[in-house]
Design a protein around this ligand. Structure first.
Ligand code: PEP
Ligand code: MG
Length: 327
């Protein structure tokens, strides 16, 4: 079995009827990236940069220099493929000691991710400087998490321009025109995706937070775990909206949430129109196996049927039926 999946990792990620699906890996350390490359991932679709900061419980944020070397090393693991590095998604459950002094009553709705970065300009600027410098060593794409409004995105982009201006003035080598993208992981971002598309090169759907914020269910609270359902009509509708807006605006689109590792959901996602997925290295071969057994024509019918039903249990039944059919 292990041999079978090892062999599979070398096969192309292509549906039974010949449609190419780009399959990248999620990573949070350089070691993850190396494993992903060994498993023939087509680049990194989500590098969760905050974990490097959280590791070893560093009291002092990583310096620009430390980050530059780390990002450069990750890019060098994938000389020809895209590497999407997400800026710090700190806060809530991923807090640095210096930011835990202020007790929030609703941390998940509070000072996290890009909101925190916009308030901690030095932290943000250091990371962006390191990213723009490292970008010279590969195909970097920079992604901002937890965006919920246009003004917030404009503010972020203004900072990226300032960072580039400073590097230019200081005559420090860096790459211009690094593609910029955002996570679509708040209901708001989906609903204004048409607006947001004007400002960015790509979107990546984060189904973990999108589920949490749409269903108003803490993704880490066991008491309400049975309410946490990514395969829910509301989430599927939001994903479909994002796919449609991305197509109209010609914005590159990927999905990097855990839903892409749910093997019964993969044909549905393809049927809904997704062509790029990013999953944990351990899931790469399993997801690829499903992709290779799926026919887009059938997957579209599956998606049509799913959208005709209302109850989650019925949707799951349809997905399981399709899985049985292809295996
Ligand atoms: C998500 O929210 O779906 C996502 C991919 O990001 P994270 O799991 O790091 O919040
Ligand atoms: Mg998220």
């Amino acid at each position: 079995n292990t041999e079978y999946y090892e062999h599979l990792s070398e096969e192309p990620s292509i549906t039974k009827d010949g449609v190419r699906i780009t399959l990248r890996a999620n990573a949070q350390t350089l070691a993850d990236a190396i494993i992903a490359a060994q498993m023939h991932a087509e680049g990194i679709g989500l590098f969760r940069s905050e974990f490097v900061f959280l590791a070893q419980e560093r009291k002092i944020p990583l310096s620009e220099e430390d980050q530059f070397h780390l990002y450069k090393s990750i890019l060098e693991v994938f000389p020809t493929e895209d590497v999407v590095i997400r800026t710090l998604d700190l806060g809530a459950d991923k807090s640095l000691p210096q930011f835990t002094l202020y007790q929030e009553s609703n941390p998940l709705l509070g000072w996290r991710a890009t909101r925190l970065c916009l308030a901690e300009k030095e932290l943000f600027t250091n990371q962006l400087r390191a990213l723009y410098r490292a970008a010279l060593y590969g195909n970097l794409k920079i992604m901002f998490p937890f965006i919920s409004s246009e003004s917030e995105l404009r503010e972020v982009l203004e900072i990226t321009r300032k960072v580039q201006d400073s590097l230019e003035k200081e005559q420090i080598p860096f790459k211009k025109n690094v593609p910029i993208g955002i996570m679509i992981e708040t209901p708001s971002a989906v609903l204004i995706s048409e607006q947001l598309a004007h400002f960015v090169d790509f979107f990546s759907i984060g189904t973990n937070d999108l589920t949490q914020y749409t269903l108003a269910v803490d993704r880490d609270n066991p008491k309400v775990a049975h309410y946490y359902k990514p395969i829910h009509k509301s989430i599927l509708k939001l994903i479909q909206m994002t796919i449609d807006e991305a197509r109209i605006s010609k914005t590159n689109l990927s999905l990097c949430g855990e839903l892409a590792t749910d093997l019964i959901a993969v044909p549905l996602l393809l049927g809904m129109g997704l062509r790029e997925l990013s999953v944990n290295p351990a899931s790469l071969s399993h997801v690829k196996e499903v992709i290779r057994l799926t026919e887009i024509k059938e997957a579209k019918l599956l998606a049509d049927n799913v959208f005709k039903t209302t109850r989650t249990s019925e949707i799951v039944e349809l997905l399981k039926e399709y899985r049985e059919k292809i295996f």
